[in-house]
Design a protein around this ligand. Structure first.
Ligand code: AMP
Length: 304
């Protein structure tokens, strides 16, 4: 099935206890589409960059079968830039700088060829833009999944609440779920988010895995304990890409299949953190992905 992803395509600069990068390619939609490209071959991207964005990366998207007809390149403007610094636990980070640049006036255009996409992934970007994308699709996709971040809870709360009310699945991290709902207990936070609109809520807990909530059902996926965690940037987006990629591939949005989808998402995220930026998810093989998924099955399987 076809998948449309919207979100930031960016330059990032990262600092962690392991080192520092200059500007490297990042952005929520970059990680999502690269990750989902291992699941569905009908991958479509809507994003905006400036003319400082390298053509070689656009070629990389194309090599991964990602349709970039909806990637607008604005002459004379600069690509979105974000920088962050990780704390010693690598699980928490501070945003050092966000330069919206070309994203400030992003007016997402949905090419005609994208109009019938079955699955929609609203990656991290301003909630007003996420909403615009939904409104500009002639037919509502079968499933709309949305990610967000603390910045939008702080500066665009009304837009965010409206956008959340329109989607099927909200993917959010634990800190943000607490900030959004003012609840500490994640079960209560998830129930409050579900009352805002989404039938399904996924709460990511970084190296402690992810929780899936729907009706009165809860599923927990661990994160793979890894010997090397180099850079968690984009892990959440890579997770989301694996999650929606698996759903689009199988065209099954049942709770049982969502359980499998969060394991695929967790497997993809486990690759992402092994190298700086998106490097590790550029050249994965199906065998590598399958064997990671088997490690997840082994990790928490036990008999009584
Ligand atoms: P994650 O580590 O999965 O939370 O996502 C990291 C990515 O989010 C980075 O590559 C950034 O470029 C991107 N990002 C950070 N802040 C924003 C923002 N305000 N809007 C859109 N994307 C952002």
């Amino acid at each position: 099935m076809s998948l449309l992803t919207v979100g930031s395509v960016a330059f990032d600069a990262l600092e962690s206890p392991f080192g520092k990068t200059d500007k490297i390619i990042g952005g929520a939609a970059t990680y999502i589409t690269l990750s989902s490209s291992y699941f569905t071959k009908d991958n479509n991207l809507v994003a905006v960059v400036g003319d400082d964005f390298p053509q070689s990366m656009i070629d990389t998207f194309t090599e991964h079968g990602i349709n970039t007809d909806g990637l607008e390149i604005r002459p004379g403007e600069k690509t979105f830039f974000w920088s962050g610094r990780y704390h010693n636990d690598m699980n928490t980070r501070d945003t050092l700088e966000t330069q919206l640049n070309v994203m400030e006036h992003f007016d997402p255009i949905i090419p005609d060829s994208y109009q019938n996409c079955d699955y929609l992934m609203l990656g991290n970007t301003a909630p007003a833009i996420q909403q615009m994308v939904m409104e500009r699709m002639h037919n509502r996709p079968k499933l709309v999944v949305m990610d967000t971040m603390n910045l939008w809870i702080d500066i665009a709360n009304d837009d965010l609440m409206r956008t959340i009310s329109m989607v099927d699945v909200l993917v959010i991290n634990d800190e943000e779920a607490r900030q959004l709902t003012k609840e500490y207990a994640l079960v209560t936070a998830a129930a409050k988010i579900r009352a805002m609109g989404p039938k399904t809520v996924i709460i990511k807990k970084g190296e402690h895995g992810a929780l899936l909530f729907q009706d009165d059902q809860i599923f927990f996926a661990p994160a793979l304990p890894l010997a090397v965690v180099f850079d968690p940037t984009g892990a959440g987006d890579t997770f989301a890409g694996g999650f929606i990629g698996h759903l689009a591939k199988t065209d099954d949005t049942s709770f049982d299949n969502m359980k499998r989808a969060i394991i695929y998402g967790s497997a993809m995220a486990s690759f992402c953190v092994e190298k700086f930026g998106a490097e590790r998810i550029l050249n994965l093989t199906q065998d590598e992905i399958d064997s990671r998924v088997r490690e997840f099955v082994k990790l928490s399987a036990f008999g009584l």
